[in-house]
Every structure is written in structure tokens, then in C-alpha cells.
Design a binder for this molecule. Structure first.
Ligand code: G6P
Length: 369
């Protein structure tokens, strides 16, 4: 029963811990013989997806952040260009529709007014097709789109979105593998690798949830602070954005995310001993770049909190705390790293005593403009 908190204190906490099962549900029936079961997306999905040359994602809030992660995947995995825009901006500007462009609305509720308005506008603007990745089967977005890919996260009650985000990303990886194959941009081996990584993800997230206590201890350092900076590069930049959004929403601490390479262009001026800086830094091609950004912060007396894996080679020292997570597949790692960062915000909010499930001034679905 979705309304039953079970052993959990808050819906948000329950929904964080439900993510392994939620992702298993997202994957259920969508994989066949080590490949994406494209027909399970929609009976005519293969025909549409094979023609896609451009993807336009439109969303709000956490769903927008999921779109920002997916943009990296569309260009790297599916091999199609991709733009992502906040729905309230997209709907009020003049835009040029690219040839064979697929519009994707991303939404937990399927009822966000701006996203729905953007879909209606796009349908009159020459998009090849309008797809929604959505959590609510009976929603307006699902009804009005050409086809829907349901996230199956289950009912999400906490206003701050958690499992809706990670299941949206799971759908996005499936979609990318499908488009990549249909367009000949992805080898069979690469598709198998993505699928295997997705299948391993629920158990890996279980192993991240084990860090709950360690993250709770870390959260004590943040509760008295007024600001927090989140840094990442590549797909971890939008993961930093989502982490900053979570912290703002539920703890009321001002938080900002920056692409780590932008540090020098402004935020470095903010760094002092009162400024916690959270960095998402797993071992990958960009790690050396991230490490030099970390040094820039350290040299100015910033307090660093680094979420990484053992291969990244970080150790705790003065003003430098690490959460060393298990090494996971690179393709699914952005989804994996989301979870410990959700826990960080959750524990900071607990110390601050805010209404975690129903933060002030916010609504679960923004159905009016
Ligand atoms: C509100 C919610 C957020 C959500 C956003 C978009 O701001 O509080 O959690 O991310 O709306 O909602 P949607 O249902 O379209 O994903």
C-alpha cells in the first residue's frame, strides 16, 4: 500500500529505499534476449524511433534535471542531437522545429501545466512525434501524447521527487539503446553492455543504500550552513543540479550546482571555510579534470565532501571527507550516484526539522501556471 510508510519515518525515505524495486519494475518486460524490447515501448515505436534525427526534451523541476542527464546519452549513445528546455521557457518563445525531431516530455505526474502546454504547442509545430516518459498512466500527458513510456516508479508521495527521477533515467537509457541500435549507431555488444549494466543496477543501488549511516554522520556538517555548492562534470553536472535542487527543496539551505569547469568563472569567489562543496567524482575520463577543480577549492580553504569510488583514489584529510562507494558500470553510474546524494539531503533536512514530505510553499504537481 503506497500510503503505508512501513518502517520508514517519511515517504521520501521510503521512496529512496524503494528505488531498487522501482527500477526492476521499470525494466520488467522491456528487455528481451539481452536487448531492448522495443515493441514493449509501443507497438509502432521501432518505426518512429528509427527515423529520429533530433530529440527535444521538455520538462520542469526534477524531470528537467533527468532530461539534462539524458542529453549526454542521446548524443553519446543514440547518436542523435538533443536539446533540453524548461517547459515554461519553451512554451513562450519562438522556436525552430528540426527535421524528424522527436518531442519527449518528461514528468512524474503527467499534469504539470507548463509541460502539458508545451506538448500541445509542439503538436502544432511540426514535430515528427510526441512521446512522454511519465509515471502516471491515466495522466493528461499520457493521453495527449502519441505514445507513452511509463516509468512504473509506483505512487510517489514525497513532494521532493526521488524514485521518479531514477526510473525516468532508466527509461532514458533503454530508449537510447533502442534508438542507437535502430539507427546503426550502437553495436550489439554495446547494447548488451547497457542492458547488463541496467540489470545490475538495482543490486548496486542496494549497496549504496548501505551507506545511509555514514551519510547521516556527514550531514551534521551541513545543518548549520547557509549555502552549499555541488560540482560535477559530464553527466554528473546534472546530477549535481538534481542534488542541489533536493537540498533546497527539503532543507531550505541555498544550494547551487555548477559544472566543475565553470568554478573559475564565478563560484570560486564564494569559497571559504563556511562553504561546503559537494563533488561527484567517480573514476572516469574526466576524473583528472575534476581533481584539479577539487584542488582549486582546497587551496581556498573550502570544505570538501567527495562522493567517489575506490578507483578514484581519494582519502579523507583535513577539510576533505569522502564517501567511497562501490565501483559500478560507467553508463549507469549517474543513476547510482543520485541515491547517496538523495540521502544526504534527507538527513540534512531531518536535522533541520523541516517538513520533509511537504516542504513549505511547494506542491507535488504544479497544475496551474
Ligand atoms: C513540482 C514537484 C517536483 C517536480 C516538478 C515537475 O515542482 O515538486 O518534484 O519535479 O513539479 O513535476 P512533474 O510531475 O512534471 O515531473
Amino acid at each position: 500500500d503506497a500510503a503505508d510508510k512501513g518502517p520508514y519515518r517519511h515517504y521520501m525515505q521510503k521512496e529512496i529505499f524503494e528505488q531498487p524495486v522501482a527500477i526492476m519494475n521499470t525494466l520488467d518486460g522491456r528487455i528481451k534476449e539481452g536487448k531492448v524490447n522495443i515493441e514493449a515501448i509501443a507497438p509502432n515505436a521501432a518505426e518512429i524511433l528509427s527515423k529520429v534525427e533530433h530529440v527535444q526534451i521538455v520538462a520542469c523541476g526534477t524531470s528537467y534535471n533527468a532530461g539534462m542527464v539524458a542529453r549526454y546519452w542521446f548524443e553519446a549513445i543514440a547518436g542523435v542531437s538533443c536539446d533540453v528546455e524548461i517547459a515554461s521557457e519553451f512554451r513562450y518563445r519562438k522556436f525552430v522545429t528540426r527535421p524528424n525531431s522527436l518531442l519527449i516530455t518528461l514528468s512524474q505526474s503527467g499534469e504539470t501545466a507548463d509541460t502539458l502546454a508545451a506538448l500541445r504547442l509542439a503538436k502544432e509545430s511540426g514535430y515528427m512525434s510526441a512521446m512522454t516518459i511519465c509515471n502516471v498512466a491515466s495522466s493528461s500527458l499520457v493521453r495527449e501524447s502519441d505514445f507513452a513510456f511509463l516509468t512504473r516508479a509506483g505512487v510517489e508521495i514525497g513532494v521532493a521527487s526521488t524514485k521518479a527521477f531514477t526510473t525516468q533515467l532508466t527509461c532514458m537509457l533503454l530508449l537510447n539503446a533502442a534508438i542507437g541500435r535502430l539507427k546503426g549507431n550502437l553495436s550489439e555488444e554495446q547494447e548488451h553492455h547497457i542492458i547488463q549494466s541496467l540489470q545490475r543496477l538495482p543490486a548496486q543501488i542496494e549497496s549504496a543504500l548501505v551507506f545511509d549511516k555514514q551519510i547521516e554522520t556527514l550531514s551534521e556538517d551541513f545543518a548549520e550552513k547557509h549555502h552549499t555548492l555541488f560540482l560535477g562534470r559530464g553527466e554528473y553536472y546534472p546530477i549535481a543540479m538534481e542534488s542541489a535542487l533536493k537540498l533546497k527543496e527539503i532543507s531550505y539551505i541555498h544550494a547551487e550546482a555548477y559544472a566543475a569547469g565553470e568554478l573559475k568563472h564565478g563560484p570560486l569567489a564564494l569559497i571559504d571555510s563556511e562553504m561546503p562543496v559537494v563533488v561527484v567524482a567517480p573514476e572516469n575520463d574526466l576524473l583528472e579534470k575534476v581533481k584539479s577543480n577539487i584542488e582549486e577549492v582546497r587551496a581556498r580553504g573550502g570544505q570538501l565532501y567527495v562522493f567517489a569510488d575506490s578507483d578514484a583514489g581519494f582519502e579523507d584529510s583535513d577539510n576533505f571527507k569522502t564517501i567511497v562507494l562501490p565501483k559500478v558500470d560507467e553508463v549507469t553510474a549517474p543513476i547510482f550516484y543520485t541515491v547517496p546524494l538523495q540521502l544526504l539531503s534527507y538527513h540534512i533536512a531531518l536535522i533541520k526539522g523541516t517538513d520533509v514530505d511537504q516542504p513549505r510553499n511547494l506542491a507535488k504537481a504544479v497544475t496551474v501556471e
